[in-house]
Design a protein around this ligand. Structure first.
Ligand SMILES: Cc1ncc(COP(=O)(O)O)c(C=O)c1O
Length: 403
């Protein structure tokens, strides 16, 4: 089972590059590519969720649009930024267009933090954030969580004992748990961060994918109404709701950080692809996005239902989430996670082991969870995959009984 390791780098590699941990999810790619493998491991949106017709039309408009082919402002296309501002319910001046929210994380960190600064991150977190921190020389500190997310007391204790400069979170349909942090918890964390001058980095690529009701107030919105001293950078993305290959995301940046963010974006890549930005602009202008998104939500909701049923029949006890792409499932007691993983691979089904998301690799408690993406496969494959998982679980429980 792949684990956190640091890549072995030749001597001419920078210290930061050498410190980047191998991404445990990317290490699963060879298994994902195996013939007959049914994978719930990757967090990739479904090809069926892509509005091919609407996007083809937008690409047609973009290809005939001279703005696609020019250099443009580093902070983003002047027509696209107001559209993104409406989606985030902020003023257009706050928007910086990025190449996906992954670049948003990088730009946020490089604009606001120095090497050796500490960043508080949830104990279960999106692994690629660790790569960004390592690449820029910051130190991650894992903060304990309960079912509502990061614990305010734990954050407070950590801030009191280390030089924490930022808190990184995915509070809405987060990766890996799929849960939504309740409003009261958000406010408690925001108050602590405001009090200690800690920047909140709210990574929010899944917020559009709600099933029945739109999610709670974002940290950005709460900062406006609850505590104006709080600094929040929010990161959004078109990857999960439009198409990941476009590589278009955006940042909502507080006033005092706008100059730094614009300078780092410019230093980084001058601008996000003009063609991609104009495609998103034409897609949003056409009204197709608003018409298509409810279908994506319905598709993923149905797939979650099928997966939850299948997992119950297979002997797991999953809890449904209210949106996003992930099911975070605790293993039945007595099941060895590594045995289950190798039995699942033998059955040609793949999940992401919980330990892959440990922000502190010495924390073994996440071993007893697995993350399953219900978005990427169709219902028939989800049923089949759950049966295979049931078989793997039965074999793992038997193997355990004979130990
Ligand atoms: C929490 C989180 N942040 C950022 C990203 C990167 O998304 P993007 O494609 O917008 O760069 C992902 C992708 O899976 C993610 O899960």
């Amino acid at each position: 089972m792949p684990t956190h390791e640091t890549s072995h780098a030749p001597s001419h590699t920078s210290r930061c590059a050498a410190a980047i941990p191998l991404n445990p999810l990317r290490a699963l790619f060879p298994l994902v590519a195996r013939d007959g493998m049914l994978s719930f491991a990757n967090g990739h949106p479904s090809p069926d969720a892509c509005d091919h017709v609407g996007l083809a039309h937008a690409v047609d408009c973009a290809k005939d649009d001279e703005m696609s082919w020019r250099y443009g402002p580093s902070i983003g296309d002047p027509d696209l930024r107001p559209q993104l501002a409406m989606l985030s319910d902020v003023e257009p001046d706050a928007i910086v267009v990025t190449s996906g929210s992954q670049q948003g994380i990088d730009i946020a960190v490089r604009s606001a933090l120095n090497p050796d600064d500490c960043v508080a991150i949830p104990s279960a977190c999106y692994p690629a954030v660790l790569s960004v921190l390592a690449a820029n020389g910051q130190r991650p500190i894992a903060i304990a969580e309960d079912e509502h997310g990061v614990l305010p007391e734990a954050l407070h204790d950590t801030i009191s004992s280390s030089a924490v400069r930022a808190l990184y979170l995915t509070p809405t349909f987060g990766n890996p748990t799929g849960r939504v942090m309740p409003r009261a918890r958000r406010i408690a964390l925001l108050e602590i961060c405001a009090q200690h001058d800690v920047l909140v980095i709210e990574d929010d690529p899944y917020c559009d994918l709600w099933f029945e009701t739109p999610p709670h107030d974002t940290f950005v919105a709460l900062a406006r109404v609850v505590n104006r001293n709080a600094d929040v950078i929010a990161l959004r993305s078109a990857s999960k709701s439009v198409a990941p290959g476009l590589r278009v995301g955006w940042m909502v940046v507080p006033d005092r950080l706008r100059g730094a963010v614009a300078a780092i974006k410019q230093a980084s890549d001058l601008q996000t692809s003009g063609l991609a930005q104009r495609t998103v602009f034409h897609y949003l202008s056409s009204g197709q996005f608003d018409a298509w998104l409810p279908q994506v939500r319905a598709l993923y909701q149905e797939r979650q239902t099928v997966m939850i049923d299948g997992l119950h029949s297979a002997g797991f006890a999953p809890t449904p989430v209210d949106g996003g792409m992930f099911s975070w499932v605790k293993l039945p007691s007595g099941v060895n996670p590594e045995t289950l993983f190798s039995n699942a691979v033998k059955q040609n089904v793949l999940f992401a082991p919980g330990i892959s998301f440990a922000s502190d690799p010495t924390n073994q408690s996440l071993r007893h969870h697995i993350r399953l993406c219900f978005a990427a496969q169709g219902c028939a494959k989800i049923k089949q995959g759950c049966k295979r998982l049931g078989q793997a679980l039965a074999e793992s429980s038997e193997a355990q009984n004979h130990d």
